[in-house]
Unconditional design. Structure first.
Length: 278
């Protein structure tokens, strides 16, 4: 493939930063944007590039939740050597995040040929956007929103962690949308569901970005566009996280549901009229 230009990398960085943690599917929006810029969405280098620039968004999470992460990691380290510390919720939570990441790692490695191939189709993205919208709406209606972050259990973490597989296999479903919705079904309130989604995303997305780095560099993407895309996604994602946490404190997910349906239908229209190719 021809190398992704710096301008294209910056645009993709903005899209990644805005959409990574909103429940609208960053992968779906990246693939649509790539299609509009005539970048082949199923090219291995492109797939790797989009995975790598996610690291910028993850860095934004690490910075935004730095105090929380330090508290949780510190509790985990203390608990390794001190039995009494193992009863602390933060120590348990650290292990739960690790356990909840294992399923998506296994599926990601096993299904990589499908994820990089047939499932990368924009038809899949459009369908996933719409189906995922139904799942989000139903979850928001079903959830009783009565449990906070301190009420999260191992069962919650594992179920929500496994829901990330939906977004892995069906780009457009949205990792954030799947995890937040599943957490709502578990009766977590919207803020707790959103924060749990952030924490579960850190190891999964960081691991994916680092794993794909060698493919991105070795398959035709220059280092400069990678750096630009990652840096832009970091700045934009930080602002996006701050906005989302304020928004969900007072609003339901209905605005995201409506937006996803509109984008999904528009994508079908673009594909059906050959403006975009799958």
């Amino acid at each position: 493939m021809s190398a992704i230009s710096i301008t294209q990398a910056a645009v993709l960085g903005v899209v990644e930063g805005v959409t990574e943690f909103l429940p609208v599917s960053s992968t779906g929006h990246l693939k649509i944007t790539e299609g509009l810029m005539n970048i082949p969405v199923d090219d291995k280098a492109v797939v790797a590039f989009t995975a790598v620039i996610q690291v910028g968004a993850i860095a934004a999470v690490l910075l935004y939740f730095f105090k929380d992460i330090v508290r949780i990691v510190s509790a985990w380290v203390r608990g390794i050597t001190n039995r009494e510390e193992r009863y602390h919720h933060d120590y348990k939570f650290a292990w739960w995040v690790i356990y909840a990441t294992i399923p998506i790692v296994i599926v990601g490695l096993a299904a990589k040929p499908l994820i990089d191939g047939p499932l990368a189709s924009l038809w899949v993205v459009g369908a996933s956007l719409i189906v995922g919208s139904g799942f989000m709406w139903a979850a928001d209606q079903m959830g009783r929103h009565k449990r906070g972050e301190d009420d999260v259990t191992l069962k919650d973490a594992m179920i929500v962690g496994c829901s990330q597989i939906l977004a892995l296999l069906f780009p457009g479903f949205s990792r954030s949308g799947a995890t937040m919705s599943t957490a709502l079904i578990r009766d977590l309130d919207r803020l707790a569901a959103t924060r749990l989604s952030f924490f579960l995303g850190i190891p999964a997305l960081t691991g994916a970005g680092l794993y794909e780095l060698k493919d991105a560099v070795g398959a035709g993407v220059d280092t400069t566009p990678l750096i630009v895309g990652t840096a832009v996604s970091f700045v934009v994602a930080y602002a996006s996280i701050a906005w989302l946490l304020k928004f969900i404190a007072k609003h339901s997910f209905n605005a995201f549901v409506i937006y996803r349906i509109i984008i999904g239908l528009a994508l079908f229209g673009l594909l059906g009229t050959n403006v975009l190719t799958a």
